[in-house]
Design a protein around this ligand. Structure first.
Ligand SMILES: NC(=O)c1ccc[n+]([C@@H]2O[C@H](COP(=O)([O-])OP(=O)(O)OC[C@H]3O[C@@H](n4cnc5c(N)ncnc54)[C@H](OP(=O)(O)O)[C@@H]3O)[C@@H](O)[C@H]2O)c1
Length: 251
């Protein structure tokens, strides 16, 4: 990998690394030379660490449930203290579907806690150590629902709009202090997150028909853009949202 895009010598924390987009980014970062700290909700994330090390990469696991904000904060604080984290990818996220008039507050709060509050906490704890060293890259995972309302996913759309606002706000504060903050906005990706959409034949066909690239994304489609935003190649990119959507937003 050319120097501009190499992650050699970097330590990267990737949350939600057990599956889907987070797993692909963790594997991709290790392939680009990073030491990966794979953050999982449960110890099942060890499987990804084993996969990385079997391929000759460097990785370790950290386990903490991000819906427990005290656990999230103390884990992030320990990482910031014990490791020089160069890259933070706030990938973990959940979606809950339901008509807004029926959704209970607990469900709303659950989505907000994992998708927004925990992201903010990790940015704050790990970002502070990056600011001290005047070096770091933070990547948040936005969504098409950072721009659109979606159907029956109000808590998710609200959280992903807020992630974009947080990304821009942090970029504005930290760009001049050596820390770059940007968002990746995946389009429709084949993961557990979108399984119910794909199970609905009509909805799946509607979505596919609107994607100019003519197909859904795979998690691997996010890897190159995620490496770019973590690398020296993106040194002057701040507060940007990079849509990786097969052209969805352009259509
Ligand atoms: N798929 C898409 O089309 C799409 C589009 C736009 C944005 N996104 C975003 O992409 C990110 C990754 O989602 P995905 O599509 O890859 O779906 P996924 O396969 O369901 O991955 C979500 C990951 O987040 C982890 N996670 C969930 N709750 C957690 C918690 N409380 N604490 C720690 N980790 C937790 C999950 O761990 P467990 O499996 O152990 O629960 C899982 O590894 C999310 O932020 C999602 O909103 C996805």
């Amino acid at each position: 990998m050319s120097g501009l895009f190499s992650l050699e010598g970097r330590t990267a924390v990737v949350t939600g690394a057990r599956s889907g987009i987070g797993r692909a980014i963790a594997l991709g970062y290790a392939g680009a030379g990073a030491h990966v700290i794979a953050w999982g909700r449960t110890a099942a994330v060890e499987e990804v660490v084993a996969e990385i090390t079997a391929a000759g990469g460097s990785a370790e696991a950290v386990v903490a449930d991000l819906s427990d904000l005290e656990a999230a904060r103390s884990t992030a604080r320990s990482l910031a203290r014990d490791r020089q984290v160069d890259v933070l990818v706030n990938n973990a996220g959940i979606i809950r579907r339901g008509a807004s008039e029926d959704v209970r507050y607990e469900q709303w709060r659950e989505v907000r806690t994992v998708n927004l509050d925990a992201v903010w906490l990790l940015c704050q704890e790990i970002g502070a150590s990056m600011l001290e060293r005047q070096r770091g890259r933070i990547i948040t995972i936005a969504s098409m629902l950072s721009f659109q309302g979606g159907r029956q996913v109000a808590s998710y759309a609200a959280s992903k709009h807020a992630v974009l606002g947080l990304t821009r706000a942090l970029a504005n504060e930290w760009a001049g202090r050596g820390v770059g903050v940007n968002a990746l906005a995946p389009g429709y990706v084949v993961t557990a997150n979108t399984a119910p959409l794909r199970a609905d034949e009509q909805r799946a066909a509607e979505i596919s028909g609107r994607i100019p690239a003519g197909r859904w994304a795979t998690p691997d489609d996010l890897v190159g853009p995620a490496i770019f935003l973590a690398s020296e190649a993106a040194a002057y990119v701040h507060g940007e949202v990079l849509a990786v959507d097969g052209g969805w937003l352009a259509s």
